[in-house]
Ligand binder design. Structure first.
Ligand SMILES: [Zn+2]
Length: 386
């Protein structure tokens, strides 16, 4: 990934400051940049010597770690990022993760954390890991990669320092250690991370972590395009209620007409919607042809339709009726029941619709019978028109 990764801390003498920065370059640095000498140094701010750099090479890409960045303008941006992440933003007692930035000052992901130090104010020292990039989208695409490894690096440093701290406390209490350090060397600004973690090569380890962070190119994450379920039967319970109010023969007629693309009319449009929910949402209702009319007379539903129901009804119609009629299927499960069978027949229609010529064999495999054809004729036509 592109960007510059750095470690900063809060120095009791120098305030928020970057103590190690790793950058990618296409050649090895030949000479020390002049601005590097302006960087303050004390025991606490110690990392790699000011005039030195640690370089790792990987297929003509160089990863250079230095006390401060090689480019002065980047050093300035990184310094500001360290100030903001350590001093300006409130991150809670344990520190934490944050993003800030803009196109002028760069985009920053920062992770602040505390390292135990029995000689420091509050017995802990504040550090931050920073990733600075000019490209917000690039940075956010690598968000998981960055945050995961920042957390790993921080917890490793914390763990190491805690071990050292526990050993120190076994011999001398924190308060006594702090008082002793203040009395013995008034000019002492604190201890280096090497001393705090007890690892003399800690900055080389951090260099390797930073090299790994910068060397990995995370594939851009593309969210799967989750298709919207084309059927929603959220009025299933109302349909069951209606099923009990209409005679079975009339109910079957209306349902058959809806499922096979025969026009249905009623003054009560809400009732029509209860049947329509069984069709995929994007299907168009027929506008022409002789209609099946559903009317309410003397509080009873009546159906006027000149057509006749076939002897064998489509499978889906039977399944719907079975579900509505079943005492073993609770209201809570009815919506899913109806939607899943309707969805199954929608998929069958899609399979058939994409074949110009379909065989008996295919219909058999799909579980389609002759009595399903009136339904499929309507559904496949609608699917082709979607
Ligand atoms: Zn310092």
């Amino acid at each position: 990934m592109d960007g510059i990764v750095a470690l900063g801390h809060f120095c009791e003498s120098h305030g928020p400051i970057v103590i190690l920065a790793t950058q990618k370059t296409d050649c090895e640095p030949q000479e020390k940049p002049p601005h590097i000498l302006n960087s303050p140094v004390c025991e606490a701010c110690k990392s790699i010597d000011l005039e030195e750099a640690v370089v790792s090479e990987d297929e003509n890409v160089y990863y250079v770690s230095s006390r401060i960045p090689l480019k002065e303008d980047v050093a300035f941006l990184l310094k500001n990022a360290a100030v903001r992440s350590i001093s300006c933003e409130e991150m809670g007692k344990e520190g934490g993760l944050m993003y800030f930035g803009d196109d002028q000052r760069g985009h920053v992901v920062t992770y602040t954390f505390y390292v135990a130090d029995s000689q420091a104010r509050g017995f802990k020292r504040k550090y931050c890991l920073i990733l600075l990039s000019g490209d917000r989208v690039h940075l956010l695409n690598h968000w998981r990669h960055i945050t995961k490894h920042f957390e790993v690096i921080a917890s490793d440093l914390k763990e190491k320092a805690l071990k050292v701290n526990n050993l120190e406390q076994a011999t001398c209490s924190q308060k006594a250690a702090r008082q002793a350090s203040q009395q013995s060397t008034r000019s002492c600004t604190g201890r280096s991370l090497q001393e705090l973690t007890g690892v003399s090569s800690i900055f080389l380890q951090i260099h390797m972590w930073f090299v790994y962070l910068l060397s990995v190119n995370v594939m851009e994450e593309i969210k799967p395009n989750i298709l919207e379920v084309p059927i929603s039967c959220n009025g299933a319970i109302m349909l069951r209620k209606l099923y009990k109010e209409i005679s079975n023969r009339d109910f079957k007629k209306v349902l058959y007409c809806f499922l096979t693309g025969i026009k249905v009319e009623s003054k009560d449009t809400e009732i029509l919607k209860l049947f329509q929910q069984l069709l995929p949402k994007k299907f168009k209702l027929p506008q022409t042809g002789e209609a099946c009319v559903l009317v309410k007379e003397n509080d009873a539903w009546k159906v006027n339709w000149k057509g006749n129901l076939p002897l064998k009804l489509p499978t889906l119609l039977n399944l719907i009726e079975e579900g509505l009629n079943s005492e073993n299927l609770p209201d809570e499960a009815l919506e899913s029941y109806l939607a899943s069978f309707s969805y199954q027949w929608y998929n069958i229609s899609c399979d058939i619709a994409c074949c110009n010529v379909y065989s008996e064999e295919l219909l058999k495999v799909l579980g389609v019978h002759k009595y399903d054809m009136p339904l499929l004729s309507y559904w496949t036509t609608e699917v082709r028109n979607l």
